[in-house]
Structure formats: C-alpha cells, structure tokens
Design a protein around this ligand. Structure first.
Ligand code: CAA
Length: 291
C-alpha cells in the first residue's frame, strides 16, 4: 500500500523532528498536540532547523517553504483518522500512549498503519490493546531526527509483513537507514546505549572521574561525538532512567540496575538540558559541569 499522509502525535522534541523529515520527503503531515503553545513552538523549531539546512546548502529555500506548507497543525487527535500512517511520539509513559490509542483507534481507516516512536515499551503489548495488532509496529527515530541516519523498525509478535514493508519504504524515502529489531526491552540502540550512560553515572557516583573527565574520555578516547553525561542531558535524565527501569524490570538482571545518582538527579528535577540543569548547568553561555 502507498503511504501519502502521515499523522504525528506529540509535537515535542521527537514529534517536530519527525514532522520535519516527513514533510521534506514529500509527505503531507498532520501534527497533533494537546497544547496549542507546544504546536506553535514546534512549527517555529521546524522552520529554524530547516533554515539551518538552507544555510548549509543541504536544501533550497523553496524546498523549505514547500515542506513547511505540507505540515498542518491540529489540536484534534481524531483528525488523524484519515491518514495512512500514524506515528505516536507522545510522552514516554504507557498510560499516556494507551489513552491516545483508545481515543484514536475508532476513527482510523481500515488500512491505516499505527506505530509508536517508543524507545523501550513493548510493541506487542501496545498493539494487543488496539484493533490492529497486524498493522501496528515500532517506528523509532533518534534525536536530533533531521541529523541522525538511523530508524529502528520494531516488529511486534503480530506485525504483518506488509506493515513492515510499508514502513521500510517510508524510511528509505526519508533517505535514512532502517535497523530491524525484535520486540525485546529497549530494542537495539537503547539496550546498548543506556547501560553505557548508566555506567558513566556509576563512574561519577564512585568518584572514578568527574563530569568533565568522563565526557572527555569517551569523546577523545572512543571518538564519540558527545560524552555519555552530555548525551544523557541531551536525551533527558528522566527518559534515561525510565529506559533503565524497563531493562531492569523486563530482563530481571541486576546488571541493568539504575545508578542511585541518576535516580537522585531525576528526583531533584535536574532532568538535563530541557530543565536547564543535569550533569551540566545550562544557565550561562557555556554548560558548566555540576560535579
Ligand atoms: N535539525 C537540523 N540540523 C541539525 C539539527 C537539527 N535539530 N541539529 C544539528 N543539525 C546539523 C547542523 O546544522 C550541522 O550540519 P552540518 O553537518 O551540515 O554542518 C550538523 O547537524 C552538526 O551540528 P552542529 O555543528 O551544531 O553540532 P555538532 O557537530 O556538535 O553535532 C550532534 C551535534 C549531531 C547532536 C552531535 O553532537 C551528535 O551526533 N551527538 C550524538 C547524538 C546521539 O547520540 N543521538 C542519539 C540519542 S539516543 C536516541 O535518540 C534514542 C532514544 O530513544 C533515547
């Protein structure tokens, strides 16, 4: 089946990036959020990020305007019922996602493929509570979406071949690369990345290094573009902790035990860049390590 229109639920960091790349690839996008202010901010962010691409010669100003015109914001979730593919990118809480699917599913066309950008929640479980487990799967983008080349495609136990193939075609049309993952806790990227970040927090907790030396070690010693603590702040410490908990609960192995210091930062509301403070303080010109 051919996908032309795409509904994106949630206009936050991931949702606006997904709308951005879909519109540039020629898809009509309906971008939904419950908060009008978040929607306005998302459209401004997409414009700013596309302008960056124009300035770097990646796209033309005309391509930018055409793409921006393809994104229609809406506060009404059920408007997405008429799209061919829905990507849910709301808050990473199962109850929130469940509520969204409960409201949306009765309005979907039969052929619509329903997907979630979840970074760790079971696709099979989310799918089983909809009317279309065969046309449900995981469609997981990396942050920042316009820059990162990978999309993880996660099949639930009931996902049909046609569903997977249709999503794979969309990824290819974006000019991105798909990695196929089975539906086990945190899939591939976060199964590997989060224990590394958690270990970096243990390294800090045990005093083996400080924030700067840990990040420098991995940047200069392992050629990572960001140090693990800087990356944790970028992703959001609440998200990192939530994913560690999914790994710990889902695989029942103590090697996934979240570091108590990570828990403490989240309890303090020091959630990283979005909160202005995490392992770094973002209040000044340059981020300043907090330990
Ligand atoms: N939109 C469009 N373009 C953007 C952008 C955005 N939001 N953010 C950055 N860019 C572009 C810049 O314009 C620049 O373009 P050129 O290559 O043409 O010059 C390029 O990306 C690099 O950006 P900067 O020069 O500003 O900064 P940088 O070199 O420090 O790179 C970074 C920034 C791409 C974020 C880099 O630090 C990086 O790759 N970090 C690691 C990111 C990562 O690991 N992401 C995965 C997180 S895990 C995840 O997302 C999964 C999950 O479920 C939690």
């Amino acid at each position: 089946m051919e996908i032309r229109t795409i509904g994106v639920i949630g206009a936050g960091q991931m949702g606006n990036g997904i709308a951005h790349v879909m519109a540039l690839a020629g898809y009509d996008v309906l971008l939904n959020d419950i908060d009008a202010e978040v929607l306005d901010k998302a459209l401004a962010t997409v414009r700013k990020n596309m302008e960056r691409q124009v300035n770097r010669g990646k796209i033309t100003a005309e391509e930018m305007e055409t793409a921006l015109a393809r994104i229609s914001p809406t506060l009404t979730l059920t408007d997405l019922g008429n799209t061919d593919l829905v990507i849910e990118a709301a808050t990473e809480r199962e109850s929130v996602k469940q509520q969204i699917f409960d409201e949306l599913v009765p309005h979907l066309q039969d052929h619509t493929i329903l997907t979630s950008n979840t970074s760790s929640i079971s696709i099979t479980r989310l799918a089983s509570r909809t009317d279309r487990p065969g046309r449900f799967m995981g469609f997981h983008f990396m942050n920042p979406v316009p820059v990162m080349q990978l999309v993880e495609l996660i099949r639930g136990i009931a996902t049909e071949r046609e569903t997977y193939d249709a999503c794979l075609t969309v990824v290819e049309n974006l000019g991105k690369t798909a990695a196929s993952a089975e539906d086990f806790p945190a899939f591939i990227v976060n199964r590997i990345l989060m224990p590394m970040i958690n270990e970096a927090v243990y390294t800090l907790y045990e005093g083996v290094g400080n924030v700067r030396s840990i990040d420098q070690s991995m940047k200069l010693g392992a050629n990572h573009p960001m140090g693990p603590l800087e990356l944790a702040d970028f992703i959001g410490l609440d998200t990192c902790l939530a994913i560690m908990n999914v790994l710990h609960d889902g695989l029942a192995d103590t090697k996934y035990r979240p570091c108590p210091l990570l828990t403490k930062y989240v309890e303090a509301g020091w959630l990283g860049r979005k909160a202005g403070r995490g392992f770094y303080d973002y209040g000044g010109e340059e981020p300043v390590p907090t330990r």
